[in-house]
Design a protein around this ligand. Structure first.
Ligand code: DGI
Ligand code: FE
Ligand code: FE
Length: 193
């Protein structure tokens, strides 16, 4: 699917600010893809669809989690965590986007997970640093994103966990798995061990 068609599809499913966020994530992800030798086409398509299901009804997302191979423990955690996994399935069902690399980047864009691919890291980081966002500590992550992708993703993961614990929110296991794995890599661990 080309960029134009993908954008037209998601635009009808998102609010204007959310669509504009999506466009900025795509621009950011393509820039990172060029730096880290990842396919820009895949980075662009994964970004365009990453929040595709953000506004699906809770009932519909719940039904998709219950009736597909998605992990049922998602239902035990905040519904904000559902839109990525649900979108990874819906883009295949509705538009035939059957590409493991793209689907898994969409899947884990909110939480991260262990053993992330470079494309997954790029979407995870781009979603966080896109120029429309502003929160404390963001400039540090923006600078790091062009220097060291793993370190930048580690900062995103750390900041997210800090933010969630401050708010006394529960944390999905993949969020911790991402942090632990990225910490292992920062300490010299091997990417594919
Ligand atoms: O969809 P976006 O707003 O662009 O961003 P997102 O998909 O990265 O994140 C949505 C929210 O999910 C964000 O406020 C942080 C939150 N989040 C990330 N990991 C967890 C989490 N919320 C809970 N409750 N638990 C998590 O593990
Ligand atoms: Fe999201
Ligand atoms: Fe997003």
């Amino acid at each position: 699917m080309n960029k134009h068609d993908a954008l037209s599809i998601v635009e009808t499913h998102l609010t204007k600010p959310r669509f504009e966020h999506t466009v900025r994530v795509a621009e950011t992800a393509v820039r990172l893809a060029q730096i880290y030798n990842v396919s820009s086409e895949k980075a662009e398509l994964a970004s365009i669809f990453h929040d595709y299901c953000k506004y699906r009804s809770l009932d519909e997302m719940k039904r998709i989690i219950q009736t597909t191979y998605l992990p049922k423990d998602l239902l035990l955690y905040h519904h904000e965590l559902w839109h990525g996994p649900v979108a990874s399935i819906m883009i295949e069902q509705e538009y035939g986007i059957k590409d493991d690399a793209i689907q898994s980047a969409v899947y884990c864009h909110t939480t991260g997970r262990a053993n992330m691919s470079d494309l997954e890291l790029i979407i995870f980081v781009a979603d966080y640093i896109e120029p429309g966002r502003s929160f404390p500590g963001l400039d540090e992550v923006r600078d790091m994103a062009t220097q060291d992708l793993v370190k930048a993703a580690w900062m995103v993961s750390r900041n997210t966990i800090n933010y969630l614990t401050e708010k006394k929110n529960r944390i999905y296991p993949d969020t911790f798995h991402a942090y632990n794995d990225l910490t292992r890599l920062l300490n010299g661990g091997n990417k594919f061990e």
